[in-house]
Design a protein around this ligand. Structure first.
Ligand SMILES: C[S@@+](CC[C@H](N)C(=O)[O-])C[C@H]1O[C@@H](n2cnc3c(N)ncnc32)[C@H](O)[C@@H]1O
Length: 387
């Protein structure tokens, strides 16, 4: 879809084509195109069908709003889901006295800027891609936020953070060759982002959860956010004393570093697997303290404890056996217990899970969780009851 086709989609006729395409969602694509072509030209038909399909896909991230929003395939893929963007907007407001004027320096289709505007902020935004700019603008209008949002084509490198109360940036982590994990290959590149941050009052950056610690700017708080147990992103907040924080959504639980070190000790009755946000934020000691637990191995994020403590910070399993890793022995035990269905987890183990699953030749009506890890340097396997 190019900018002309998208602009067409915003006309009353385009709106009718899109509504009709929406009603044809799920129909055979050729039949749907044939139906629309009776009324609309090929370009509008194609733009409407593409947009209707993107709206359908976007429901998982944007819920009901997806039904009136606009997307590009890359814009949707890179956008922040509503719950995560709303959490960030709430935190931003809690760190600022009043309602700030925010600069979103690489806004995409507007996942973050819409949440910021809904939270009451005035938002000025730029993006280098003119189609993406048009989409973000259309989204602000579609959600009734047009009066609070200004979106222009522009390069983040040209932004003057001093002119705004808060700078927000979510640099693109895609290059021509796909996704990148190297901040120097972000667009805009990391030095540009840091330059903006150094000139901003309050700044907030969205980055990949795997951002190496050495890239965290001095004094910034790093917050790892997981949504329904999956780590989605990290956010860097300038001027927050270098704290580390993990946040769980949609529950909103949050944990900060206290510096507590988890003791190491023998396996108890339960195994706790901390949420990835706590692991990335190096808060395993804090989670161990919450469950009264200890580490099985000083280098590995598995916690064990004698008591069952309910916590949103870790999944809990009941340990039935711990053995040195041996395929033959494991297979024999599973067979004896008629375990035909296993969930296999691993940490610090090189074993290929799918290969192991095949090699176990499972059969039987029972279920188990198998945890592959190292305990004090010995490859070990924990056989657990799913809870
Ligand atoms: C990860 S997306 C932003 C997603 C957005 N936060 C959201 O939730 O929808 C990054 C965006 O940065 C834009 N971009 C890349 N380089 C840029 C630059 N130098 N200046 C401004 N925008 C840029 C890309 O076009 C892309 O739309």
């Amino acid at each position: 879809m190019d900018l002309d086709a998208f602009t067409d989609l915003l006309t009353p006729r385009g709106g009718r084509a899109l509504a009709e395409a929406g009603e044809l969602t799920g129909a055979d694509p050729v039949a749907a195109a044939t139906t629309l072509r009776k009324t609309y030209d090929a370009a509008l038909t194609s733009a409407a069908l593409t947009q209707a399909a993107l709206r359908e896909r976007a429901r998982a991230k944007f819920g009901q709003d997806a039904g009136v929003m606009y997307f590009t395939p890359h814009g949707l893929e890179q956008s922040t889901r509503t719950e995560v963007a709303e959490h960030r907007a709430r935190r931003l407001l809690s760190l600022y006295d009043g309602t700030p004027h925010v600069m979103d320096a690489c806004c995409g289709i507007g996942g973050d800027l819409l949440a910021l505007a809904r939270a009451g902020c005035a938002v000025t935004a730029v993006d280098t891609d003119p189609l993406t700019v048009a989409v973000a603008r259309a989204n602000a209008e579609a959600l009734g936020l047009g009066d609070r949002v200004t979106v222009n084509a522009g390069d983040a490198a040209e932004v003057k953070p001093e002119a705004y109360d808060v700078l927000f940036a979510d640099p693109a982590r895609r290059t021509g060759r796909g996704r990148t994990f190297d901040p120097m290959a972000y667009s805009p590149p990391w030095p540009v982002v840091l330059g903006l941050l150094s000139r901003a009052g309050l700044a907030c950056l969205k980055v990949a959860p795997g951002l190496p610690y050495e890239f965290i700017p001095e004094g910034a708080e790093a917050e790892w956010v997981s949504y329904k147990g999956e780590v989605k992103e990290a956010t860097l907040w300038s001027g927050q004393n270098g704290d580390r924080r993990a946040t769980l959504l949609p529950g909103g639980h949050t944990l900060t570093a206290t510096g507590v070190q988890a003791p190491v000790g023998p396996a108890g009755r339960y195994l706790y697997e901390p949420d990835g946000a706590a692991i990335r934020a190096h808060l395993v000691g804090e989670v161990a303290e919450l469950v009264g637990g200890r580490l099985l191995d000083p280098m590995i994020a598995y916690i064990t404890a004698d008591e069952a403590t309910d916590t949103p910070w870790a999944a809990r399993y009941e340990i039935e056996d711990i053995l040195p890793f041996s395929l033959k022995r494991l297979r024999a035990i599973l067979r004896e217990r008629q375990i035909g269905n296993v969930t296999i987890k691993k940490r610090a183990s090189a074993i290929d899970i799918e290969r192991l699953r095949a090699d176990l030749r499972l059969s039987g009506p029972n279920k188990a969780v198998i945890v592959l890890t190292r305990i004090l340097d010995k490859p070990s396997v924990l056989l657990c009851k799913p809870l």
